[in-house]
Design a protein around this ligand. Sequence first.
Ligand code: ZN
Length: 436
Amino acid sequence: MNQSHYNKDLFSFLSSSPTPYHAVSGIEDVLRLRGFIQLQENEHWQLEKGCSYFLTRENSATIAFTLGSDEERDHGFRMLAAHTDSPCLQLKPRPDIKIGTYHQLGVEVYGGSLLGSWFDRDLSVAGRVVCEMADGQLAVLLVDFKRPMLTIPSIAIHFNRDANTNNSIDRQKHLPPIIAQAVDKQLPKFKSLLLDQLTLEHPKAMIKEILASDLFCYDFHGPIYIGINNEFISSGRLDNLLSCHAGMMALAHSDRTKNSFLFCANHEENGSTSATGAHGSFIDSVFERIVPHAEAKRISLSNSFLISMDNAHAAHPNFMDKIDPAHEIHLNKGPVIKLNANQRYATNSLSAATYMHICKEVDITPQEFVMRSDMPCGSTIGPITAARLGVKTIDIGAPTLAMHSIRELTGSCDPFLLYQTIVQFLSCNTHRQLSK
Ligand SMILES: [Zn+2]
């Protein structure tokens, strides 16, 4: 695999993953194809060494693992973690709004979105719908309209002379996107458009009624290379599908001789406290079923190492006053180790050294990020999983500009550089030597 093949696969994953549900479904497809066996949480498991497994919780978080053939379980796991969700606009349960001749949809803000970036975009809608079927059963169906059907027009500068100096956005009033206009006729409710789309995408499904849904707006335009030499990748949801993709690819293509583990969690962008988030029980409950004996589990976790992957802030050339001058992060210079004195990131000298050693083996020099001391620092799932499991953890990520914008920017080299380091992590013996 080279960089161009890798990026092609990443583009396809990003395009087909407008929501966490689609991302998880795509990850499941790849793992199934690579011989991973699907488990169900509500069934009894009989796990065998030398085999690979995966399971999904509520369509939006997934765990995959390989039980290595030549290692005892107490030798620990090479663990990877990332998150499936991205900041965006979520449709309200009764979204229909009529103002004048316009049909609009009510939205809530999901996560810490850069709201200004959602205006004047070509938006589509995708997500998960729970239906009552003709046989009386409930069924979950994924939906993706895959066409530009919504827009949030900016207010013209003539009505807002301060727009370039003080542009505040009222989330209730200013964000509802326009979906249609009708002068004479009655506009259909969004639910009936949704039913039409579901019927189109699932022609064999006998849908009686839509009961509930989790639907999100997304940028209709997919990932592209940008820059005179295609130096950059511009796309929605790079944070953090770039890392989910890297973890999925590394695990799916690993040689299955080592114990390895991938956790793609939901709800990182709003605090991780849910059944599918890193604060939830998913990772712990799966781990205790892999290693049921309490002491063996503690030994195994003590011998494990977790790489928590989430995008890192690159230095913005127009805002150099926002960065610590000794920790200037650049696109295309590879993975970033994220450090914070107050444990907003889980990295410490032990885990940083372990990862640096792994990078050295593949001739990659990682960058090191700390926030300016006079600015608050973001966080990720690294400290949460480290605290829950007591496992040695590092927070790393691909350098990114415009984080949490509807379109984010990374270097064309960065996804593959990240991938190479975690492939090495899954195959080398480094973490075991250094964990002693
Ligand atoms: Zn993130």
